[in-house]
Ligand binder design. Structure first.
Ligand SMILES: [Zn+2]
Length: 349
């Protein structure tokens, strides 16, 4: 009896997302043009969470371009930019399909929580590929992996600096060497985005390793994937909302998914390529001081700031090991040992 009950419970746990998955494919089988706003629900124990998804299918066949915002619910410019884009997009100009997740982590968004989902204290951008039987965060990651990433031709995940992060806007992709066409496409889309700083990360994930990050999961699946990072410090900056919107429209147009007006290809000359990153971790928990901002250039051995205890005694100086540009840094006083304090991007030929 016990084992039967367990099976039934497990089935009921799985039935929700599975039934939802059938819903998404049934919807996409319908002829376009249409837009459907839908909500998928996930139940973990006594807790229920939801994932809003917007499907926009054009009349003509074409690629599937997926756009995700709000994997981190305190990163507002991506969420606001995607809100505006979904209001503006006209399905009659869509060639193929757009799958849009306007807020992937609604719990974090509404409960104003940086990095983690307050219902299970997990970071959604650390949870991929996820699990259908796990907590809310695991289930959202699993649903996105199976139902969104797996269907995508291009997967775009939009982030920014979180509540405490000062960040220079950039577009980024993984330099995966054994899928050169995807990597080249991600690079081209980055160039076409017209975001000035283009960052590429080394890729050395085995097929068995969990990808952790949403767009790295897509790269592991052999899908063209990239991420925009714009916005900072827990507020909505109009210039970053506009930068994200322009980049997304440029990418949609370049990939042929949304063509309002044919414009010629943008010259890549203006971009700055940063293919290496140096992460400086917080050496000791304390109070952080720095006069530097994201985007500032730094030199090797340069003093970047310092950390004190609560009595004002200096614990440690923070010194740069590399020459480059500050991509992001902690922009508020509290720091905890082991967190990323600075990310410095640089170029190595
Ligand atoms: Zn983020």
């Amino acid at each position: 009896m016990k084992s039967i009950l367990k099976t039934v419970l497990l089935l009921s746990g799985i039935m929700g997302p599975l039934a939802d998955a059938q819903k998404i494919s049934r919807m996409l089988e319908q002829k376009g043009p249409f837009r459907k706003d839908t909500v998928f629900t996930m139940t973990a124990g006594s807790k229920e969470t939801r994932l809003p998804v917007i499907l926009i299918k054009g009349k003509e066949k074409g690629p599937v371009f997926s756009i995700v915002a709000g994997i981190h619910g305190y990163e507002y410019p991506p969420i606001v930019a995607v809100q505006e884009i979904t209001k503006e997009i006209d399905a009659s100009f869509v060639y193929g399909t757009l799958i849009i997740v306007p807020v992937a982590n609604v719990e974090a968004f509404h409960r104003r929580t940086p990095f983690i989902n307050p219902s299970d204290h997990k970071n959604l951008n650390n949870a991929f590929p996820g699990s259908p039987n796990g907590t809310a965060t695991d289930q959202i990651a699993d649903f996105m992996t199976r139902e969104i990433i797996a269907r995508s031709t291009v997967f775009l995940d939009i982030h920014g600096g979180d509540a405490n992060e000062d960040l220079l806007p950039f577009v980024c992709y993984y330099d995966r060497k054994d899928t050169p066409q995807n990597t080249q496409m991600a690079h081209e889309l980055s160039v076409q985005s017209e975001i000035k700083h283009i960052v590429s990360y080394p890729y050395n994930l085995t097929p068995q390793e969990p990808a952790k990050y949403a767009f790295k999961q897509a790269v592991q699946h052999g899908i063209t994937a990239l991420s925009i990072e714009a916005g900072k410090l827990g507020t909505v900056q109009k210039e970053n909302v506009d930068l994200i919107k322009k980049a997304v429209y440029n990418m949609l147009e370049h990939s042929g998914v949304y063509v309002r007006r044919k414009s010629k290809l943008k010259s890549p000359k203006a971009a700055i390529y940063l293919n290496r990153q140096d992460y400086i971790r917080v050496p000791e928990t304390g109070i952080f001081y720095s006069d530097l901002k994201s985007g500032d250039p730094v030199k090797k051995k340069q003093l970047l700031g310092y950390i004190t205890d609560e009595f004002g005694n200096k614990i440690q100086d923070i010194v740069s090991d590399s020459e480059g540009t500050i991509l992001y840094k902690v922009g508020t006083p509290p720091v905890n040992k082991g967190e990323t304090l600075f990310c410095i991007g640089y170029t190595q030929n």
